[in-house]
Design a protein around this ligand. Structure first.
Ligand SMILES: Nc1nc2c(ncn2[C@@H]2O[C@H](COP(=O)(O)OP(=O)(O)OP(=O)(O)O)[C@@H](O)[C@H]2O)c(=O)[nH]1
Ligand SMILES: C[C@H](OP(=O)(O)O)C(=O)O
Length: 222
């Protein structure tokens, strides 16, 4: 039985990063998701071979195989939380713990994810917050708690861990907290993501970033 398996949930390419429309076209959003996924899987492969990608999109599953991940076809009429539940049911008898990581955190390569992986040997619940109250990494025993990704999921997951006496640990990381959802987030990747596939792709679109210290920190334009 493996110590740890990574689960990466990925939406349909055509539904990728809807909050970046119309700044990015549908094709550009699909390519952005592919670049981010390549960064996430490529970095994790330095530390762990067992990576499962769950999706309802056959093209995502083909891409998963190209990246050296195990593809899992999501059940029909599913969603993010049900897809994660299905993945953990599939892995129940294959690994002791799972590391759930979203596809949209390309700065993971600048984080120290190895700390979390090493800590998972002695802790059963390790969670990293995303900005806006979400969850950007989660180590648990399969099905230890209900998956409630969505609004304020970090607090809900943490509260559930306390209720179930799982002794939750919070792993705070700027780079892990930065999931790409808004145009301004693209600016953060251009600033901090030097050398990532995602930064290269954004530069290929001639997207630029300026510091403005206004209503938002960064102005992102093309
Ligand atoms: N398997 C699966 N993954 C999903 C689903 N919905 C979102 N995801 C993935 O879950 C992670 C977090 O999702 P979000 O941050 O909401 O990303 P998103 O849905 O692509 O972005 P928006 O369209 O802007 O909400 C990302 O890796 C998504 O690709 C789903 O229904 N099934
Ligand atoms: C899925 C959700 O991501 P967000 O929409 O907060 O980026 C979450 O982290 O629970």
């Amino acid at each position: 039985m493996e110590e740890l398996y990574v689960i990466i949930p990925v939406s349909k390419f055509k539904d990728a990063k809807t909050r970046l429309s119309p700044f990015l076209s549908q094709n550009e959003r699909e390519n952005l998701l592919k670049s981010m996924l390549k960064d996430v899987v490529g970095y994790l492969k330095n530390f762990i071979e067992n990576i499962l990608i769950v999706s309802n999109d056959e093209d995502v599953l083909i891409y998963a195989k190209e990246l050296g991940a195990v593809p899992l076809k999501e059940n029909e009429n599913s969603d993010l939380n049900l897809g994660l539940k299905q993945s953990m049911e599939f892995l129940m008898d294959k690994c002791k713990k799972v590391l759930i990581i979203p596809s949209d955190i390309p700065l993971i390569s600048h984080s120290n994810i190895k700390n979390i992986i090493d800590s998972s040997k002695s802790h059963d619940f390790i969670i990293s917050p995303s900005r806006g109250g979400g969850t950007n990494s989660l180590i648990i025993k399969p099905l230890a708690i209900e998956m409630v990704f969505g609004d304020y999921s970090f607090f809900k997951h943490y509260k559930n861990a306390v209720k179930n006496d799982l002794n939750p640990i919070i792993y705070d990381s700027f780079f892990l907290s930065l999931d790409v959802n808004t145009i301004e987030d693209l600016g953060e990747i251009l600033l901090h993501g030097k050398g990532t596939n995602t930064e290269k792709y954004l530069k290929s679109l001639d997207i630029k970033v300026d510091s403005i210290h206004g209503a938002e920190r960064l102005k992102v334009f093309r």
